[in-house]
Every structure is written in structure tokens, then in C-alpha cells.
Design a protein around this ligand. Structure first.
Ligand SMILES: NC(=O)c1ccc[n+]([C@@H]2O[C@H](COP(=O)([O-])OP(=O)(O)OC[C@H]3O[C@@H](n4cnc5c(N)ncnc54)[C@H](O)[C@@H]3O)[C@@H](O)[C@H]2O)c1
Length: 343
């Protein structure tokens, strides 16, 4: 087993939502951490605590071989999380390809050249596309519906090729929808639970894109981070792919209900047209993670949403108007008349 403590770990995308939570855990577990991030969606605020705890930030781009080579110097382990998000891929598909596929290849090239001891690629459940089976095991068909999903899948194949051709010891993790502390609230990176929380706390109706019966396997960020850490340490997973998720399915309508309850709001949701190529169902089979890593999801959706809403109130309550104004720029919530059901 590869121990994290005392190792020099490079986290790409470490100033982002999942990355910054991961970096906090790495620092707390005694790793020396360097973050490579271009701060496009990540922020220094996310990593203030980690920087104070000894982590190092290199502002740079995973598309730049020079930036990556400098960041990887003297590193033992690479955890590659930098990405351009799904919603950006709908408007700017090439950005997804360049960062998620091209950037991954650039980081792999540098990792192989540097001879790192472990390379973790953070993929995504979006690599599967819509569920063809009730639960999705790692050998489920991969038929992504978006350029984002396709670019994350390309990153997986490049990563496996570096294992097969160059013997780079790689592990691939497919997290399912993750939510929790520091998740993006507004703008193109904004996610459903923070957006609903923002509106519910402002006394507005939460917006559901589509009919609300689409499901996701929502995983609290502390569970996702524990999964990433166990996976990177596990020798038996080298050259393999593992799902990290809660293993349960919840509809977006139910999420809206839980968010409203946690916010003390009784507003009914507003329905807007579905996002193009939105996947219909996602529920992970987590038996491999359980068997190989002893991974157990610990935070149920009801508790996770309550924890998140409490955190949101502590960190964002005084900027609700600014965040709402930022989100309005997209105007998506006005795309359908109130009460209309999207397809
Ligand atoms: N959030 C989820 O629900 C979820 C689910 C499954 C998988 N993932 C994966 O987890 C990883 C982290 O996602 P997140 O939700 O924390 O997103 P995020 O946008 O918060 O994090 C991505 C980070 O990468 C940085 N970045 C973007 N382009 C870069 C570039 N060219 N060079 C260097 N840094 C760059 C951003 O500034 C940001 O800090 C991604 O690989 C994503 O595909 C996320």
C-alpha cells in the first residue's frame, strides 16, 4: 500500500471544489502538497487553510508542458483533477477537449518522464452516459452524451495507455455527482444543490431543468475525498477503474424538496427546459470500492443537504443578492413559463 503521509503530492485543479477538499485532507494526513491550478474556477480562498498548513500553489495551466514539468518536479504522486466543467462543454466543446483530454495527456507525459510512483486520474460518471442497467458497475457501457463526458473518457483511455505502454502506475476513479462544501453556486460552474439552496434562502422557487424525475447518485464531498485517498493508496487497483459514490439514486425533484426543507422554505419548484443531452439515470455499483478499498459512503443525502445548507448560511448568507445577480446573467431560469414542464 502506498502511504500518503510524508509523500510529495501534486494535485492539479487543487483550488477547485473537490480538489480543495482533497488538499485539506492530504495536508491533514501529513503529505507535502503542491497545487497546479490556473484559478479559472478555483480560488485562493478555497485553499487559504491548506496554504497556511504548508501546501504550495503554482498558478499554471495543465495545457502547458512547461507549467506541468515545473509543477511535477520532485513529486511522488500525481492526483489529476483539473478540468473544464460540463456546462462549459455545452457552449465551448473545444475547451473541454483541450483541458480534459489534451491537458490529461500533457500531465501523463510529464508524470511518465518524471517516473512518479502513482498517478490518479479523476474521471467522472459522465463517462458512462445514461444508465442502461439499474446499477452501474465499472464494466457498464461507456456512451457519454456530451463532449465533457467524451473528453473525460478520452482521459481515461490515455491514462490506461500510459500504464500499458509506459508502465506508469495509474488508478482511475469515477466519482458520481459530488456536492458539499465549496461547491460552485453561480455562473456556468454552478451546480444544482447550491443553486437551489441560493434561491430557497432568498425566498425564490427552486428551478428544476426537465421533469425532475431524472436521478443522480449524489455523494457528499467528504466521502468522495475519502474514496480518492483510498484509491491512490491501493496497489491492487493499479491499471484499474473504480466508482466512488453513495450507491443510491435520488431524483432532482426529491433534492428540491430536501433543499427547501433544510432552508425552511415552502416554495414549489419552477420547471424549465431540460439541459441538452442530460443523462436520465445514474446509480453507482460501489461493490468494487467496498471490496478493494473498504470504502463505505457515510453521509446520506438528507444529512448531506442539511450540512451543506448550514455551511452555505455560514459562508454565503451575506452575498445572496450578488450571487443571484450573477446567476441571472444566464437567464436560464426564465426559459420556460412558471409551472411548465420541460421534456
Ligand atoms: N463535481 C462533481 O460532481 C464531479 C463528479 C464527477 C467527477 N468530477 C471530476 O472531479 C474533478 C474536479 O471537479 P470539480 O467539481 O471540483 O470542478 P472545479 O471546476 O471546482 O475544479 C476544477 C479545477 O481545475 C482548475 N482548472 C481548470 N482548467 C485548468 C487548466 N487548464 N489548468 C489548470 N487548472 C485548471 C480550475 O481552476 C478548478 O480549480 C474534475 O476532474 C471532474 O471531472 C466532478
Amino acid at each position: 500500500m502506498m502511504q500518503i503521509a510524508g509523500r510529495h503530492v501534486l494535485v492539479t485543479g487543487g483550488a477547485g471544489f473537490i480538489g480543495s477538499n482533497l488538499v485539506d485532507h492530504l495536508v491533514a494526513n501529513g503529505a507535502r502538497v503542491r497545487i497546479l491550478d490556473n484559478l479559472s474556477t478555483g480560488t485562493r480562498a478555497n485553499i487559504e487553510g491548506a496554504l497556511a498548513g504548508g501546501a504550495e500553489l503554482q498558478v499554471g495551466d495543465v495545457r502547458s508542458a512547461a507549467d506541468v514539468a515545473a509543477a511535477i518536479d520532485e513529486v511522488d504522486i500525481v492526483m489529476h483533477l483539473a478540468c473544464s466543467c460540463l456546462r462549459v462543454s455545452l457552449q465551448r466543446p473545444r475547451a473541454s477537449h483541450d483541458v480534459n483530454a489534451g491537458g490529461t495527456l500533457t500531465v501523463l507525459e510529464a508524470a511518465a518522464r518524471a517516473g512518479v510512483a502513482r498517478f490518479l486520474y479523476c474521471s467522472s460518471s459522465e463517462a458512462y452516459g445514461t444508465a442502461q442497467m439499474d446499477v452501474m458497475a465499472e464494466d457498464h457501457l461507456t456512451q457519454p452524451t456530451t463532449v465533457y463526458g467524451a473528453s473525460k473518457l478520452a482521459g481515461e483511455w490515455y491514462t490506461l495507455a500510459y500504464w500499458r505502454v509506459h508502465g506508469l502506475p495509474v488508478v482511475i476513479v469515477r466519482p458520481f455527482n459530488t456536492y458539499g462544501y465549496r461547491e460552485h453556486v453561480s455562473g456556468p460552474s454552478g451546480e444544482v444543490i447550491p443553486k437551489m439552496t441560493l434561491r430557497a434562502l432568498a425566498g425564490q422557487r427552486p428551478v428544476i431543468l426537465g421533469d425532475g424525475r431524472q436521478t443522480r447518485d449524489f455523494t457528499f464531498v467528504t466521502d468522495t475525498v475519502r474514496g480518492l485517498l483510498s484509491a491512490v493508496e491501493c496497489d491492487a487497483l493499479v491499471g484499474e477503474i473504480v466508482n466512488i459514490a453513495s450507491g443510491s439514486e435520488v431524483s432532482i425533484e426529491r433534492v428540491a424538496e430536501l433543499v427547501c426543507r433544510a432552508c425552511g422554505s415552502d416554495c414549489a419548484p419552477l420547471y424549465a427546459p431540460a439541459r441538452p443531452a442530460d443523462v436520465r439515470r445514474h446509480r453507482a455499483d460501489v461493490r468494487k470500492a467496498r471490496g478493494r478499498l473498504g470504502f463505505e459512503p457515510t453521509v446520506a443525502i438528507e444529512e448531506g443537504i442539511e450540512r451543506y445548507v448550514a455551511w452555505f448560511k455560514e459562508h454565503h448568507l451575506d452575498e445572496i443578492d450578488r450571487l443571484l445577480a450573477h446567476d441571472k446573467q444566464r437567464n436560464w431560469e426564465l426559459a420556460a413559463p412558471a409551472g411548465a414542464r420541460g421534456g
